[in-house]
Design a protein around this ligand. Structure first.
Ligand SMILES: Nc1nc2c(ncn2[C@@H]2O[C@H](COP(=O)(O)OP(=O)(O)OP(=O)(O)O)[C@@H](O)[C@H]2O)c(=O)[nH]1
Ligand SMILES: [Mg+2]
Length: 229
């Protein structure tokens, strides 16, 4: 089964060089980057390391996922964001879950044994909001085992599953849409416990309030999505 590791970048020049050499590239057949339009030298850094960098017609992580699938004939794609939040050592663990037969494997920051960036504080607004969206999705659509982190982008996805989901979200809500639709279609989703670390530099582009509103709107849209045939 052909596999690809895909990095998703938007202005990650501060963190990327600290992570790049730790990527387990030998566990995949293809390796490339989808870049959302970096202007800080991210693209130049990657090209100087001999990496294929693909641009996007429009900014947004949802766009980036679709560009990634169109760029490779790999049957499994694992998406990695090189900003410091994610541990490269989890990549082979996600791929192993796919090998065991699941359609999508998510690195969970919420399950037993996992660690969320906010767990160092008692006040965890982002985690709680994420958990509320996750609870709603599970209550509304999940007939299988509870999915603890429907939102994390660090995941491996089979091409057949991605095609069955028909996801059209453009931005940060793409992962939530993928998780919801995987539940609706009864796909097999597995999770591994991960440790989320802080950003190593650069800027987040996921602003909490606007992102929350987009998530609510997506939830409403998923109610009216035609049932899959
Ligand atoms: N290809 C692509 N990547 C993007 C785009 N927007 C964000 N990213 C990348 O997606 C990853 C996640 O974005 P972040 O801004 O870190 O969002 P976050 O992880 O919720 O926020 P932090 O907690 O600050 O890390 C990073 O690696 C970004 O560089 C985009 O439009 N296209
Ligand atoms: Mg991040």
């Amino acid at each position: 089964m052909k596999r690809a590791i895909v990095l998703l970048t938007l202005n990650e020049i501060e963190a990327l060089p600290k992570i790049f050499d730790r990527l387990p590239r030998s566990c995949a057949d293809d390796f490339f980057v989808v870049d959302g339009g970096s202007s800080d030298g991210t693209r130049q850094y990657l090209e100087s390391r001999g990496v294929r960098v693909v641009g996007q017609p429009k900014r947004g992580r949802g766009q980036a996922f679709r560009v990634a699938f169109a760029q490779t004939d790999a049957e499994v794609l694992v998406f990695f964001s090189p900003d410091g939040n994610e541990d490269p050592a989890d990549i082979p663990r996600l791929l192993a879950k796919i090998d065991e037969g699941c359609d999508m494997a998510i690195a969970s920051r919420m399950m037993r044994g996992a660690f969320n960036e906010e767990d160092v504080h008692w006040f965890r607004p982002r985690k709680w909001v994420n958990q509320a969206f996750t609870l709603l999705a599970n209550l509304l659509w999940n007939q299988g085992p509870y999915i603890t982190d429907t939102i994390n982008g660090f995941r491996a996805v089979r091409r057949s599953a991605f095609e069955a989901l028909g996801c059209d979200a453009d931005g940060f809500v793409i992962e939530y849409q993928m998780s919801i639709r995987a539940m609706k279609r009864g796909l097999k989703v597995a999770e591994i416990a991960t440790r989320e670390s802080p950003r190593m530099g650069g800027q987040s582009t996921a602003k909490s309030l606007p992102t929350g509103i987009v998530f609510l709107r997506q939830l409403a849209r998923e109610f009216v999505e035609d049932s899959p045939s």
